[in-house]
Design a protein around this ligand. Structure first.
Ligand SMILES: [Zn+2]
Length: 76
């Protein structure tokens, strides 16, 4: 089992699609979005600004994106 990390923008990372799915289901994901964060699938981080890390630039995180697409029809 993964360790539980309290929702904290910036330091929190979600790299496992299953964890992301859990977050969407339990409402934590939406809470971060409501707080003004945007989720970047490349590095699995919540940020308020645009993420320019190399992973995001290379378009990583397709599996995480699929999970989001499954639950959200609109672009976040
Ligand atoms: Zn990034």
């Amino acid at each position: 089992m993964e360790q539980w990390t309290p929702p904290m923008g910036g330091t929190l990372r979600i790299s496992n699609p299953k964890t992301l799915e859990k977050w969407i289901h339990n409402g934590n994901f939406q809470k971060e979005i409501d707080d003004g964060y945007k989720f970047y699938v490349g590095c699995g981080r919540f940020r308020t600004d645009v993420c320019k890390c190399s992973k995001c630039r290379k378009g990583k995180g397709k599996k995480l994106q699929e999970v989001i697409d499954k639950h959200y029809t609109n672009t976040i």
